[in-house]
Design a protein around this ligand. Structure first.
Ligand SMILES: C[S@@+](CC[C@H](N)C(=O)[O-])C[C@H]1O[C@@H](n2cnc3c(N)ncnc32)[C@H](O)[C@@H]1O
Length: 433
């Protein structure tokens, strides 16, 4: 074997071994962002390790039945994870079978290697001789969720949308960027050597890449923010210049940066000290200096003189599973509903007469969106978004999916704009006091 091929095999083994270890730990409850941050120390090939870890989590429920179909005995937990990782590589990442089998078998304890080798070979044979691989893959992805989630998606959005959401959740999301100004964005677009797309509201979409490689990132020209997450501020952009704005759940600061970029005078509040440290770093990088408050928004009071309050409330984050696939393995904290109600009421009380509240959650659960608004905001005056903006968004989002007037409520689903990479699921509503 050449030295360089030996080196590749070693790197392949180290990456797979790191991904396997972190995969098991995330399933046991380790935070995904902690696991991702550890890749650097565990593997030289950070991009491949990250891809493998994320796809094992995203595709767990699609890969597991395929893996178990060819086992005659119940595998140990470790063997099951190794087999799932094998299926993800063979079927969903379509990596070369001989390398996948050899390097995945090497991850197993000595006593299981024969078993893992036999099962992976059967899977490879089944896969290579199947007449319609695309149909098999689609069918596996249609079941790629724990039973509670499948039932919930069907009940909330109907079977067709539920299937489309599962498809979107299984895919590798693109990277969306926001810029400190339209001029900075246009200059950046003219200078980068790769393809970039502009969504109707100005979010820039590129293929995923390490953040450190994004030109202009370190210089504070842009930040990473999903296209759907950019909508709430964009929808109110005409109301922000020179206005007194409260961002009530501000960290890590994506929306605050957008509000500041519109020329508002911002108070950014959050109760989480660690997240506020990240917020400060982000603001420093972007050259912004908003007033910050570390406090619990449920009982923070001030004069009722805000023109606009953004309440980007804590939520199940069920609209962001493709970016946070660890959520497939744990349900959200039901006490979040109480927090959403308390924050909403507090936010309303901080607005001056005529002021606007924008409520948003990165959730696709109606109980945190349209259902919650029906309970909390029935007596409030809806604030209608601009018809021109809504028409522009209709190019990439289905605007007719809510039973209420779409002029003050928007619900995106992960399958919106599927052809160009989907977007996070977000609920957005606005009221004027
Ligand atoms: C969805 S995140 C906000 C994301 C942020 N708006 C952005 O665009 O980067 C929700 C935030 O609410 C904060 N939070 C949760 N409960 C809170 C409370 N009672 N008071 C203040 N902040 C709270 C969390 O610490 C978290 O940072």
């Amino acid at each position: 074997m050449h030295n360089s091929s030996k080196e590749n095999v070693k790197r392949g083994f180290a990456s797979r071994s790191a991904a396997l270890r972190l995969f098991g730990q995330v399933l046991e409850g380790k935070r995904l962002d902690t696991a991702l941050a550890e890749i650097d120390q565990l593997s030289a090939d950070v991009a491949f390790t990250r891809l493998l870890l994320m796809q094992c989590l995203r595709l767990y429920y699609a890969a597991e039945p395929l893996a178990l179909r060819f086992t005659e005995r119940r595998p140990s937990r470790l063997d099951r994870l190794i087999l799932i990782m094998g299926v993800v590589q063979l079927v969903f990442l379509e990596l070369a079978p001989h390398a996948v089998v050899a390097e995945t078998v090497a991850l197993a304890p000595k006593k299981s290697r024969g078993f893992i080798n036999a099962v992976l070979r059967k899977i490879t044979h089944y896969w290579q001789t199947s007449e319609d691989q695309e149909a098999l893959r689609k069918n596996a992805i249609a079941h790629n969720a724990p039973p509670w989630l499948k039932i919930r998606l069907g009940q909330d959005w109907g079977n067709d949308a539920a299937s489309a959401i599962l498809r979107a959740q299984a895919s590798i999301p693109p990277l969306d960027l926001a810029f400190i100004s339209p001029e900075a964005r246009d200059k950046w677009l003219a200078s980068v050597p790769f393809e970039a797309q502009i969504l109707p509201h100005g979010a820039v979409r590129i293929k995923t890449m390490p953040i450190a490689d994004i030109a202009g990132f370190a210089e504070g020209q842009c930040w990473v923010q999903d296209g759907a997450a950019q909508l709430p501020v964009w929808l109110l952009r005409q109301h922000l210049k020179g206005k007194k704005v409260l961002d009530m759940c501000a960290a890590p600061g994506g929306k605050t940066a957008q509000i500041l970029a519109c020329g508002a005078e911002v108070t950014a509040l959050d109760r989480d000290i660690k997240r506020m440290q990240r917020f400060d770093e982000n603001m420093q990088r972007l050259g912004f200096a908003p007033r910050t408050v570390l406090a619990d928004g449920e009982n923070w009071t001030a004069e009722r003189d805000f023109d606009v309050v953004f309440l980007d409330a804590p939520c199940s984050a069920s609209g962001t599973i493709r970016r946070h696939p660890d959520m497939l393995f744990r349900d959200h904290d039901p006490r979040l509903h109480e927090a959403q109600c308390a924050l909403f009421k507090q936010a309303i009380g901080l607005l001056k007469p005529g002021g606007i509240l924008l409520y948003s959650v990165c959730s696709i659960r109606p109980s945190e969106g349209v259902g919650l608004m029906a309970r909390l905001a029935a007596d409030l005056k809806p604030y209608a978004f601009s018809k021109t903006d809504l028409a522009a968004l209709a190019e990439v989002i289905r605007m007719d999916r809510l039973p209420h007037t779409p002029e003050h409520q928007i619900q995106t689903l992960p399958c919106d704009s599927e052809a160009i990479g989907g977007m996070d699921g977000f609920f957005i509503a606005a009221y004027q006091v």
